[in-house]
Design a protein around this ligand. Structure first.
Ligand code: ADP
Ligand code: PHD
Length: 441
């Protein structure tokens, strides 16, 4: 049994949904199909939550009306018979009644999460009707019955395994359709796995059910060597290890949710990245296999803040770093990169929610310098840290770019440099030309 996840772009139009139906019915193997919301929907629902939070009911009403009109047209094109059209319309009416009634309720975070969940609930219900139209039967499963996170926002894989409603995957052609992204929290409230979280859902379900493979179907033929939104020429990578894929996802390769590799890696379930628009393309297979292959890809993560703590008290002292890290621990703020000298330590964070409090608590330790608008450029591959020439290759390429921090040797998979975000495009282009030998102007 396999888990197949289709993202927002793959279910973004009636035509695309039809392609998804063909892909999942091309053989008899039982499949759990995880769908995202129709592309753009979650953004609209986030916007709706913001209007409600600020009390702007008129904008909220307009947004709900426009979104409903979009879905009415979607259903009209997707479903052909009067009977199925009526079913489709009643699905839309049910969910939009909920969205409309939210406009008159007082706003709270729980309500906003309930609103966000509607996108995936609608897309999966409409998709089951499309399968009916094609003479295929798909069983709709409510992810809120089995997907759960605990009080630290950590998914509970044993709970998913225990509560997944299907236990027997031996029925040929069995298609089980469920929602990505949404879950319940420890209080039993509707919650979610954060933006882009449907990949994570698929990986968690794959781990819980010990699937033979998790497939992430999107609009590109696998993980590319560089960000196709930034550079002109990129190539698909045929194989990656779990460690390499996790680094790329974490450091900005948008094709995968940052946390999505971990469950698959823990339960050793291969992950394959495939293209809905080009199902025959090879894509990328991600497994536990490691090879010393050199640099495979580069990704960039924006919105980074660098913090430097300078103090001569660090000299020959012990316990200094522990005290600094305790401050970040207190504010539940993860640290990404770190470099030290005898008199200073620089580190980066991507969540600056508590930056002013962190700065205040660091002040007794020394002089604090903060730089915002930074990007981490992360080169990923499999290279033992003394592989000759690997660092030279990277720094020769970046000679024109001011580098703020360098991290190398922490793992055999990663060379990271921190630069001001204004140089990001240029850095990715230079690396594409010099490290990957893909021409870039
Ligand atoms: N290294 C990369 N390899 C492939 N795609 C990437 C990479 N970096 C960024 N992307 C972007 O990720 C997009 C797919 O992810 P996403 O938009 O989340 O898809 P979906 O809607 O299917 O979840 C691609 O269209 C591509 O522009
Ligand atoms: N719909 C959610 C979850 C998701 O994963 O979407 P996508 O697969 O389109 O990135 C979001 O937009 O965040």
């Amino acid at each position: 049994m396999k888990i197949l996840k289709f993202g927002g772009t793959s279910v973004g139009s009636p035509e695309r949904m039809n392609q998804v139906a063909s892909i999942i019915s091309s053989d008899d193997e039982p499949k759990v199909v995880v769908l995202s919301a129709v592309s753009g929907t979650t953004n609209s629902l986030v916007q709706l939550g913001e209007y409600l939070k600020s009390g702007d009911k008129n904008s909220a009403r307009t947004l709900v009306d426009e979104l409903k009109a979009k879905y009415d047209a979607f259903v009209d094109e997707l479903l052909q018979s009067d009977e199925l059209k009526a079913k489709g319309k009643s699905i839309i009416d049910e969910h939009f009644t909920l969205l409309s009634s939210a406009i008159n309720l007082s706003f709270n975070e729980g309500l906003s999460k309930e609103l966000l969940a509607q996108g995936e609930l609608i897309s999966t219900k409409l998709f089951v009707e499309l399968l009916n139209q094609k003479g295929l039967s798909g069983q709709w499963l409510n992810a809120l019955d089995f997907m759960r996170i605990n009080e630290d926002d950590e998914p509970d894989i044993p709970h998913i395994a225990q509560n997944f409603p299907i236990k027997d995957f031996t029925i040929p052609g069995g298609l089980y359709i469920t929602q990505g992204f949404i879950c319940k929290n420890e209080k039993g409230e509707v919650d979610n796995l954060k933006r882009g979280g449907s990949d994570y859902s698929a990986s968690l379900i794959g781990a819980a059910l010990e699937a033979s493979e998790v497939q992430i179907w999107t609009d590109i033929d696998g993980m590319h060597n560089n960000d196709p939104r930034v550079v002109k020429k990129t190539v698909s990578i045929s194989e990656l290890s779990f460690n390499e894929a996790a680094e790329l996802a974490y450091f900005g390769a948008k094709i995968l949710h940052p946390a999505s590799i971990l469950p698959a890696q823990k339960y050793d379930v291969p992950v394959r990245l495939l293209n809905t628009m080009q199902p025959e393309a090879r894509g990328t297979i991600i497994t536990s296999k490691e090879q010393d292959t050199g640099i495979k890809a580069v990704a960039a993560k924006d919105g980074i803040t660098a913090i430097k703590i300078k103090s001569t008290r660090m000299l020959l002292a012990y316990g200094f770093l522990r005290k600094i890290f305790e401050v970040f621990e207190k504010y539940k703020t993860p640290v990404d990169m770190i470099t030290t000298s005898e008199v200073a330590v620089s580190l980066t964070i991507d969540d600056d929610t508590n930056l002013s409090k962190i700065k205040e608590e660091l002040e007794p330790f020394g002089t604090i310098e903060i730089d915002t608008n930074q990007s981490i450029i992360c080169l990923v591959g499999d290279f033992v840290s003394d592989r000759p020439g690997i660092v030279k290759q990277v720094f020769d390429s970046l000679t024109e770019i001011p580098v703020r921090m360098i991290s190398y040797g922490g793992s055999r998979h990663n060379i990271s440099v921190l630069i001001n975000s204004q140089y990001k495009v240029n850095a990715l282009q230079c690396l594409n030309r010099d490290v990957f030998q893909l021409e870039e102007v």
